[in-house]
Design a protein around this ligand. Structure first.
Ligand code: MN
Length: 221
């Protein structure tokens, strides 16, 4: 996940004449707070995509079980390629046969505030905190609110493959058990059910998005 990679990996995986996903032309506006988005992606395996705006792209992790509001739930978060900022608005169906084929809804979105500090209690730039493998941040979403941490650990135990083990991260709600913030909408305390969860943008479920897109046909990209 080097900064220089930018969106090359993202663009290289996709055919923009076949998918309605954005190619990433949008630049950020100065002064805006950095954004986060959590999408639910019903691909070959159901997962949540957790994305944080860092240095002009959306740093991304695939979180199989989704973020939990319970500090005792440590959620596996697997890094994926940087996504363009305008991906925060993407909701729809990626055609089968294309990379990530399946339905996407925007489950939650909002802004975040980095909260990492060094030993002298000075704020650490968020990109530096991620590079070092531990970053904390406060989410100001419609559903997710409160402080979370992303922490990297290396899967050295895995000997299969031979290539260097991919880094694995944990996404964890900070705070004591029982202190989780009140959740709104479809979120029970703990983890949302991806089949029942609704888009924060359109109110639709995955099923409704899939049905509407297939009903309309693909009129145009
Ligand atoms: Mn995904």
């Amino acid at each position: 996940m080097s900064e220089k990679d930018g969106l090359r990996t993202y663009r290289g995986k996709r055919h923009f004449d076949r998918t309605s996903e954005p190619s990433g032309e949008r630049a950020r506006k100065d002064g805006d707070e950095p954004v986060f988005v959590v999408q639910i992606h019903d691909a070959s395996t159901m997962h949540f995509d957790f994305r944080l705006e860092v240095d002009g792209v959306l740093k991304s992790w695939s979180v199989p079980k989704g973020p939990s509001t319970d500090p005792q739930d440590k959620r596996l978060a697997l890094p994926t390629e940087d996504h363009p900022l305008d991906y925060q608005d993407f909701e729809g169906v990626i055609p089968q046969g294309e990379y990530g084929g399946g339905t996407v809804i925007v489950w939650d979105t909002g802004t975040y505030r980095p909260t990492s500090h060094d030993r002298r209690n000075r704020p650490v730039p968020f990109a530096d905190a991620l590079d070092k493998g531990h970053a904390t941040f406060e989410l100001h979403g419609r559903k997710l609110r409160g402080e979370y941490a992303l922490t990297r650990f290396h899967g050295r135990e895995e000997k299969s493959g031979g290539s260097a083990a991919k880094p694995t991260w944990l996404l964890v709600r900070k705070g004591r058990t029982g202190q989780q913030t009140q959740q709104t909408g479809d979120t029970a305390v703990g983890t949302p059910d991806p089949h029942r969860a609704r888009s924060v943008r359109s109110g639709r479920t995955l099923r409704q998005v899939a049905d509407e897109e297939s009903g309309q046909g693909r009129e145009q990209g």
